[in-house]
Design a protein around this ligand. Structure first.
Ligand code: DC
Length: 230
């Protein structure tokens, strides 16, 4: 059993890769982006983000001990659903509104500290796959396998547009592209744990790959790393 870290830009299919690989290997999948999204949703719900997007950081900091995030496997979707204080928030955290506010929330040191501690606790038993931005660099720098995933911003925006419209959400491609580009910028330029490729990560640019092609590539690579670690 090993620890697998999948990092990379937003909307480049990390969670699909991680979810499918976890199923193949019988590993536990932890979607760390869902954790930052849940904190964002909690802040929105409790009036801590105003119309201009300003965050009441003092209140949020005080509320951190009251924000409990957990995952429960959903056999219908084959992936874990995210729970915030015992309530399933899986759909609520995937909206464009949450996407628009999540990057500034993820820059806050006290939020990151709390999430990293929870992630280390959840992943300490090995046999886990985590996806995020700082897994291979900060959360589990000793992970046996690290993948850094990327694709062009336009392709990622198109994928997210297709995903949201399939769910019946009304959205515009241009607004999504802008959101993808803004999040790339904030995620890569923040002071604490910016999105960077770990030195020992293997890069996967999946701009022109199908999901099954990338799955095949990943499974082959994982099997090699697992058998080398035995
Ligand atoms: O992967 P995602 O789009 O659901 O992530 C949502 C946001 O959370 C994204 O803007 C970056 C942030 N994030 C982070 O800073 N660190 C992580 N480990 C995972 C996500």
């Amino acid at each position: 059993m090993i620890t697998i870290a999948i990092d990379g830009h937003s909307s480049c299919g990390k969670s699909t890769m991680a979810k499918n690989l976890a199923k193949e290997l019988g590993y536990v999948y932890i979607d760390t982006g869902a954790m930052y999204r849940s904190v964002t949703y909690y802040a929105m719900l409790n009036g801590m983000i105003d119309a201009e997007g300003n965050i009441d950081t003092e209140r949020l900091k005080a509320e951190m001990p009251n924000i409990n995030i957990s995952f429960k496997f959903n056999p219908n979707t084959g992936r874990p659903d995210t729970y915030l204080n015992g309530t399933c928030v899986e759909d609520k955290i995937r909206t464009l509104e949450v996407s628009n506010h999540v990057s500034p929330i993820a820059t806050l040191g006290f939020v990151r500290e709390a999430m990293v501690a929870q992630q280390r606790e959840m992943g300490k038993a090995k046999g886990v796959i985590l996806d995020g931005r700082d897994i291979g660099t900060v959360v589990f720098p000793d992970a046996e396998l690290k993948i850094f995933v990327t694709a062009s911003a336009e392709i990622r925006a198109q994928r997210r547009y297709d995903e949201l419209t399939a769910k019946g959400e009304v959205c515009e491609y241009d607004a999504i592209l802008k959101n993808v580009q803004e999040r790339d910028y904030i995620d890569s330029h923040r002071e604490i744990s910016p999105l960077t490729q770990a030195e020992d990560a293997i890069v996967l640019d999946n701009s022109n790959m199908t999901i099954s092609e990338q799955q095949e590539w990943l499974l082959k690579l994982t099997k090699e790393v697992v058998s080398a670690s035995e």
